[in-house]
Design a binder for this molecule. Structure first.
Ligand code: SF4
Ligand code: SF4
Length: 308
């Protein structure tokens, strides 16, 4: 079958890759015009299922449906991204990603797309990977494990896992959170009273998480709180807060243009008006909900649907 002319392929594969090589263009300014862009860091959330219920979880995980998202949709969204940018470091988050039985296949599929240089799996350290997954990690040293040890909650298991993975010669590290002290910054709870837009802009501009571009279930946000905050804190996001993969795009070119426009033009979200950012006071990391307290908070959350 004859392949249909596609402007997108022409632009990226011919103008950006082949032409500069053919004419041996060496001027960095001209090369930059042609070069495929790179996202330095992106978070991908595979689902909100978690075996802990951290009261101050910055993503509101315990208050979200305890599921992993559709494998197919996640792969399709990443495929779309792979057509237009490279990613230097993709961080896989949950919930707790090591609870997902499709994680190994998912990572294999991402590596096969050949657009991600390094992958990091963020875990709370409570779930030991299966022997087959350990074998897989040993074969792929571009994948690292990042363990978050919460005092009195996951620190013993996390430290044990750290030692076991080190012995297996797997790339593993411990995470001491945004301020590197072992404490969390208190971002604020579901009942946070909205700040003025000016304060929201200040919080965004001074927040370490503003660099954590996050994709969750077809929604791209500036940080990992972005895709859940509007659902849990019950507000309508501003028009350009989020980029939805569920939108209908006329063609690949339109998707690419809008996607790159969102990624490389960071703006505060309305979620920043409902958040202290990393200016929040230091709190003990990973403090757990009491059962009744969690039940009441969970019941109080009504889910809004985003217009796409
Ligand atoms: S912070 Fe706690 S509740 Fe939130 S995803 Fe991590 S382990 Fe789960
Ligand atoms: S201030 Fe904004 S960017 Fe920072 S964590 Fe809060 S919502 Fe995310």
């Amino acid at each position: 079958m004859k392949k249909k002319f596609n402007f997108f392929d022409f632009y990226f594969y011919y103008l950006k890759l082949i032409l500069p090589r053919f004419f041996q263009i060496k001027n960095p300014k001209i090369i930059n015009l042609f070069k495929r862009k790179t996202i330095e860091f992106m978070v991908h959330i595979v689902g909100q299922k978690c075996n802990l219920k951290c009261k101050d979880c910055c993503n509101f995980t315990p208050l979200m449906p305890q599921i992993f998202y559709s494998y197919e949709n996640q792969i399709n969204n990443l495929k779309k991204i792979s057509q237009c940018v490279n990613i230097e470091l993709l961080q896989i988050q949950g919930g707790e990603p090591l609870l997902w039985d499709k994680l190994e296949d998912f990572l294999k599929d991402i590596l096969a797309m050949n657009f991600v240089k390094n992958i990091q799996i963020a875990t709370n350290g409570t779930k030991k990977p299966s022997p087959s997954f350990i074998k897989f990690l040993k074969l792929h040293n571009q994948i690292t494990i990042r363990i978050s040890p919460y005092p009195g909650v996951s620190d013993k298991q996390g430290n044990k896992l750290y030692e076991e993975l080190t012995l297996e010669r797997i790339n593993v590290g411990k995470h001491l959170f945004a301020n590197a002290s072992g404490d969390w910054s208190y971002l604020g709870g579901p009942d946070f009273k909205e700040l003025s837009p000016k304060e929201g802009i200040y919080n965004f501009n001074n927040c370490v998480f503003r660099k954590c571009l996050t994709l969750e279930d077809g929604i791209l946000a500036r940080c990992s709180r972005g895709p859940t905050a509007y659902q849990v804190q019950k507000f309508e996001p501003y028009k350009n807060d989020l980029f939805s993969f569920k939108e209908i795009f006329k063609n690949d070119y339109e998707f690419t243009k809008k996607f790159l426009g969102y990624v490389f033009n960071p703006q505060p979200m309305r979620a920043c008006n409902f958040c202290n950012g990393t200016n929040g006071e230091p709190i003990v990391a990973g403090k757990q909900f009491r059962k009744k307290e969690w039940e009441e908070s969970f019941k109080a959350v009504n889910f809004l649907k985003i217009k796409s």
